[in-house]
Design a protein around this ligand. Structure first.
Ligand code: BGC
Length: 250
């Protein structure tokens, strides 16, 4: 019986991660495997690395599981349409079709933050929340997912709001904290400005904060003063895998 299992693959700027997911429980039922993202992030190289990762995840003799892939770009009707932190060769590429042809099965291709939003809505911090949940992932860039009464509005790209003359993610992503060696307090001031603008524009009912750094949420979330409740994501680094896998079901 493979009906309740799928493979989720999360392609990022530094690593490509994947695991088998039980879609009923939202749990990983295999080890999480990871390969390094090839330098330059060109489509052919990423595809080859994904094939290698998938060969480690597929059961030796079982039927091929469905695969969901999430990616750090706008994804519309299977096309990747932007490339903020990845090779510009992805812009305008029929990525879903290319992956289907190379991997020989149906694929769901989705933006990485949207996948994380779906994971939190189905198995995490956004489950059963009424109204508008805005999930943001704080990593190399800032990704965003809008879930209104549980329905995803894809490709919101709030990392690229222009705030104080800057592309917001260049100031407020976790990579900015690392690059500029900011203290938690100084980074939190930037997050305050960022979430303050997002809140004023969209009046959400809940913010969910994902990305690996959210495991340190007690260092920065209490420093924020917002009208909207703000909570850490439950799934953090596995959210993309979970969300991408779970989308294969519908
Ligand atoms: C990209 C988004 C992505 C986010 C997180 C941004 O730079 O434009 O598509 O979701 O980074 O990876």
């Amino acid at each position: 019986m493979t009906g309740s299992k799928a493979i989720g693959i999360d392609i990022g700027g530094t690593g490509i991660k994947g695991a088998v997911v039980d879609l009923d429980t939202g749990e990983l039922v295999s080890d999480r495997h990871k390969v390094k993202t090839p330098d330059g992030g060109a489509p052919a190289d990423i595809l080859a690395a994904t094939v290698e990762l998938l060969s480690r995840l597929d059961g030796a003799d079982g039927p091929a599981l469905p695969v969901g892939v999430c990616f750090p770009a706008i994804v519309k009707r299977g096309l990747t349409l932007s490339a903020a932190n990845i090779s510009s060769e992805w812009i305008g590429l029929p990525a879903e079709q290319l992956f289907e042809d190379e991997l020989g099965r149906d694929i769901r291709f989705i933006n990485d933050a949207d996948a994380a939003g779906i994971a939190e809505q189905r198995y995490g911090a956004a489950a059963d929340v009424e109204g508008l949940v805005i999930l943001t992932t704080l990593g190399t860039g800032i990704g965003s997912a809008f879930l209104n009464d549980g329905v995803l509005v894809p490709n919101t790209e709030l990392g690229h709001l222009e705030i104080d003359g800057f592309d917001a993610e260049s100031r407020a992503a976790y990579s900015a904290m690392e690059r500029e060696d900011l203290s938690w307090e100084d980074w939190a001031k930037r997050l305050q400005r960022y979430y303050g603008v997002v809140e004023a524009l969209f009046s959400p009912d809940l913010f969910v904060v994902g990305g690996g750094v959210s495991k340190h949420h007690e260092q920065f979330l209490p420093l924020l003063d917002l009208q909207t409740p703000i909570v850490p994501a439950v799934h953090r680094n596995n959210a993309g895998i979970l969300g991408a896998a779970s989308l294969t079901r519908h």
